[in-house]
Write a protein that binds this ligand. Structure first.
Ligand SMILES: *Cc1c(COP(=O)(O)O)cnc(C)c1O
Length: 228
């Protein structure tokens, strides 16, 4: 399936009017597809494999803002640290420490979103409420040691289900946590402002529940040939 520019223009305009950032998820799609949306004005793209991201970054225009949205292994941070714009799925303190180290080596700050576990599925990664409390309240000192890894918000993925009530209650749960820690972080003077939730199938629900960044793939690029 080709890139659907009409849908892109509609979605981009509608999100822009609501101050929601659109991350076009281009995983598994060729650079020619990415360029089509780039030419239509899109600059934020999301990938979930390090190798694929690095290859695309090398060939595509340098003003693209690359979002890493997958599960990131500590030994892969190094490869994306020089250029990645935002890492969405940070799910451990160990990973934060490695991002901090690689960011320092590149003499830059890398913005990170902590992934919060909100779905019923066991397989989805992320911090739970208890672990967030640990990091943001009881061990703030550990966070403050990370000078180059900046936690700028949360990311979450709802349960894969047709039941909108389940999805919305999970989004609302994450929004409440976001608001709680936003207040704490802002007293601290740190930027904590991004709530990344919502994909092709549930982004309107996510926005209704307070998302300000959505990650949309198949709706823009067509279905992917294989599941990743
Ligand atoms: C693939 C992916 C998306 C996009 O999914 P679509 O349903 O194709 O919009 C969003 N977020 C993450 C973390 C993904 O891996």
């Amino acid at each position: 399936m080709p890139v659907d520019k009409e849908i892109y223009n509609q979605i981009a305009a509608s999100l822009q009017s609501r101050n929601v950032t659109l991350v076009a998820v281009s995983k598994t799609k060729p650079v020619s597809d990415i360029l089509e949306l780039y030419d239509a004005g899109q600059r934020d793209f999301g990938e979930n494999y390090v190798q694929e991201l690095v290859e695309k970054q090398e060939t595509l225009p340098k003003d693209i803002r690359w979002h890493f949205i997958g599960h990131l292994q500590t030994n892969k941070v190094k490869a994306i640290a020089p250029f990645v714009y935002l890492i969405h799925g940070v799910d451990s303190y160990k990973l934060l420490k490695e991002i901090n180290k690689q960011a320092a080596r590149n003499q830059r700050t890398i913005p990170c979103l902590l992934q919060v576990h909100i779905a019923r599925e066991e397989t989805k990664f992320g911090f739970n409420e208890e672990e967030l409390e640990e990091l943001f309240v009881r061990h703030q000192d550990l966070l403050n040691e990370l000078e180059y890894a900046a936690i700028t918000g949360f990311m979450g993925m709802a349960t894969f289900t047709d039941d909108p009530l389940v999805v919305r209650s999970e989004f609302q749960y994450l929004k409440n946590l976001f608001d709680k820690y936003k207040n704490i972080r802002q007293i601290d003077g740190k930027k904590f402002m991004t709530l990344s939730m919502g994909m092709s199938g549930d982004f309107e629900e996510a926005i209704a529940d307070g998302s300000n960044m959505v990650r949309i793939g198949s709706l823009l690029f067509g279905a992917r040939d294989y599941i990743v």
